[in-house]
Design a protein around this ligand. Structure first.
Ligand code: IPM
Ligand code: MG
Length: 356
């Protein structure tokens, strides 16, 4: 198969981790007879420096013209002072919106080889953690009207959190379908005791749950969900929630494993095109030092093959290669353990390549 991929390496460690991921993709192409064509587009701080905007219109068009988008990471202290409309993050939000990537899948999986990295007690993690957060990504307070105005001599800021039935229904459907393919268990997280959009959210989810009688469905209030994730994370399988709650809970969930550098993510539209990225940030403190963990990006490539290109075998192959390298005791600095073999970002990429 021939596939066009737009590569957004971004800032900080972005280019380093992306270089390893592209090598892996090339190897898969060679092994299975696919051709992957890359178009590189600047995004985030590097684009602000070159063009004065976090992504150019031309860059956005390239994303839209591709079969899929692969992203490294954006941002860094250098651009923290930029005005709100040209911050690096703005480009990320724009790509999500323009490509209608409304469904963000964020798996959290405890790699047994790295169980010691989890800050939780062994009794809590011993049954393994394997959950998936389905986060709504193009609605809510992130994209609602916002303003700051002067009222009675002081500034007043307002953000609006709108959700329409169809926006809730389409993310709900992705969550129920995903639950059907996993353990048929779905928790919908909201704040229906206070927030109006959460009340609508719950109503639509209940309607959908009637269509999926096999799925064991529950409503969980977001504050309670935050607590339960620490207290008893293994009770969850698929969690569906709105944009901002999903942002917060997915960071919390990723920490359960202690190895955020390993976690991939997928942002999907109603078609096959998606954007794939590791969930960690641009880590400016270690940028350019060949210290970063490329496995989150490599596993994001596996998700891309699985979800956008229908290449399950190829995706399994990458995941097995990562597992083998961990089994053999190779670790980048972020997941280093006593007695393990410490490797650089480039070496880690080469090890995965070797397994393929
Ligand atoms: C994420 C990030 C983004 C978000 C930021 C960078 C805008 O935190 O992908 O979780 O809030 O969605
Ligand atoms: Mg976040």
């Amino acid at each position: 198969m021939n596939k066009k991929i737009t590569v957004l390496s971004g800032d900080g460690i972005g280019p380093e981790i992306m270089a390893q991921a592209i090598k892996v993709l090339d190897k898969i192409g060679e092994k299975y007879g696919h051709k992957f064509e890359y178009t590189y587009v600047d995004i985030g701080g590097c684009s602000i420096d070159k063009y004065g905007v976090p992504i150019t219109d031309e860059g956005m068009e390239k994303c839209k013209a591709s079969d899929s988008v692969l992203l490294g990471a954006v941002g860094g202290p250098k651009w923290d002072g930029c005005p709100a409309n040209i911050r690096p993050e703005k480009a990320l939000l724009a790509v999500r919106k323009e490509l209608e990537l409304f469904a963000n899948l964020r798996p959290t999986k405890l790699f047994l080889q790295l169980a010691d990295a989890s800050p939780l007690k062994k009794e809590i993690t011993q049954n393994g953690i394997d959950l998936l957060i389905v986060r709504e990504l193009t609605g809510g307070v992130y994209f609602g009207p916002k303003k700051t105005e002067e009222v009675n001599g002081e500034l007043v800021a307002t953000d609006v959190m709108p959700y329409s039935e169809h926006e809730i229904e389409r993310i709900g459907r992705v969550a129920f379908e995903t639950a059907m393919k996993r353990n048929k268990k779905l928790a919908s997280v909201d704040k229906a005791n206070v927030i109006e959009t959460s009340r609508l959210w719950r109503k639509v989810m209940h309607r959908l749950s009637e269509e999926y009688p096999e799925v064991q469905y529950s409503d969980v209030l977001v504050d309670n969900a935050a607590m339960q994730l620490i207290k008893n994370p293994t009770q969850f399988d698929v969690i569906v929630t709105e944009n901002m709650f999903g942002d917060i809970l997915s960071d919390e969930a990723s920490m359960l494993t202690g190895s955020i550098g390993m976690m991939p993510s997928a942002s999907l539209s109603s078609g096959t095109r998606g954007m794939y990225e590791p969930i960690h940030g641009s880590a400016p403190d270690i940028a350019g030092k060949d210290l970063a963990n490329p496995l989150g990006t490599i596993l994001s490539v596996a998700m891309m093959l699985r979800y956008s290109f229908d290449m399950a075998k190829e995706a399994d192959d990458i995941e097995a290669a990562v597992n083998d390298v961990l089994d053999e005791g190779y670790r980048t600095a972020d997941i280093m353990q006593e007695g393990a073999k410490r490797v650089s970002c480039t070496e880690m990429g080469a090890l995965v390549l070797g397994k393929l």
